[in-house]
Design a protein around this ligand. Structure first.
Ligand SMILES: [Zn+2]
Length: 299
């Protein structure tokens, strides 16, 4: 269909950098295998805090030009991952980054948190009907950690998947398409605990960052048995993920197997990525994790 590769993966994220942190390995792996990987980012991340002091002037409370700068960071990250199809929901700047829950900027009319879910979903339906992905990856209903834009990205992605398949819905947006499998980003508790144990052991030897985050700071942590899929990749693709994260220089500092956000608190960089299948048939026997998000889907 449309001359696109046989396997097509769509990821929906709130801000530039979320894709690299959550799915960098997965995106690089499928892109390297020749699958069509599409990233839709819902906002430009205008409200983010800025790490490098030399770029502090970009922040929303100063020049308010961080969004434009992050468009460039995202493009550089995609180049590291080998992903060529990345878009902003409704076009760059259609929706603005909201602040944390309760922040006054969430009430701005252009804030993604204030967006009408069906209206925002229509933009995504158009992408779904064009690209016709078999697999969709997004956040859980809590957005992983409760950020309003992440919650909204979840709502919009789930609603768009539903509307895209409806035969009577907006034929002007393309032929109906039902996505075969939907996954939420997850991290198993045992992996988080192990990651932080390694981090604690490293502090004092490498002392990567001034402080340390805690396992509670990691989004989407669930009991191990909730995980239904894990995506591993060779070392060079883990390096591509680290390079993509580094490309988001205003947001992320990477040091070896650790990274920190603007809070300067170290956390582990996960080389393996985990998912929970929430719609569609599992491609692995009961009790076993899938090793391929496309397992069991017809091309
Ligand atoms: Zn985010």
């Amino acid at each position: 269909m449309n001359g696109l590769p046989a396997r097509r993966l769509l990821l929906v994220h709130a801000h530039p950098d979320d894709e690299s942190i959550n799915n960098g390995v997965t995106m690089a792996k499928y892109a390297a295998q020749g699958a069509h990987v599409t990233l839709v980012t819902c906002t430009l991340g205008e409200e983010g805090e800025v790490i490098p002091p030399g770029l502090a002037h970009l922040a929303a409370d100063r020049d308010d030009s961080l969004g434009t700068h992050r468009v460039g960071e995202l493009a550089a990250a995609m180049a590291e991952l080998g992903v060529t199809d990345h878009r902003f929901l409704g076009g760059a700047g259609r929706y603005r980054d909201s602040g944390m829950m309760g922040a006054p900027q969430n009430r701005r009319p252009e804030a993604f948190w204030s967006a009408d879910v069906d209206e925002a979903a229509a933009f995504l339906v158009e992408v779904i009907r064009e690209v016709r992905p078999q697999v969709l990856v997004t956040y859980d209903p809590h957005g992983g950690y409760g950020h309003p834009d992440h919650i909204q990205a979840h709502r919009v992605a789930m609603r768009a998947a539903e509307l895209a398949a409806e035969t009577a819905y907006r034929r002007d947006l393309g032929e109906p398409h039902a996505i075969g499998k939907i996954y939420w980003n997850r991290v198993p508790r045992s992996v988080v605990e192990e990651g932080f144990a390694k981090l604690r052991a490293a502090v004092g030897i490498e002392a990567p960052f001034p402080g340390m985050a805690s396992p509670e700071d990691v989004p989407g942590v669930v009991p191990d048995e909730t995980i239904t899929a894990e995506i591993e990749a060779p070392e060079e693709l883990v390096a591509a993920k680290a390079a993509a994260m580094r490309a988001h220089a205003t947001q992320i500092a990477v040091d070896g197997p650790f990274f920190a956000l603007s809070n300067d608190l170290a956390q582990p960089l996960f080389a393996c990525e985990y998912y929970e299948l929430v719609a569609g048939r599992p491609g692995a026997p009961a009790g076993e994790r899938e090793r391929d998000l496309f397992a069991g889907v017809a091309a």
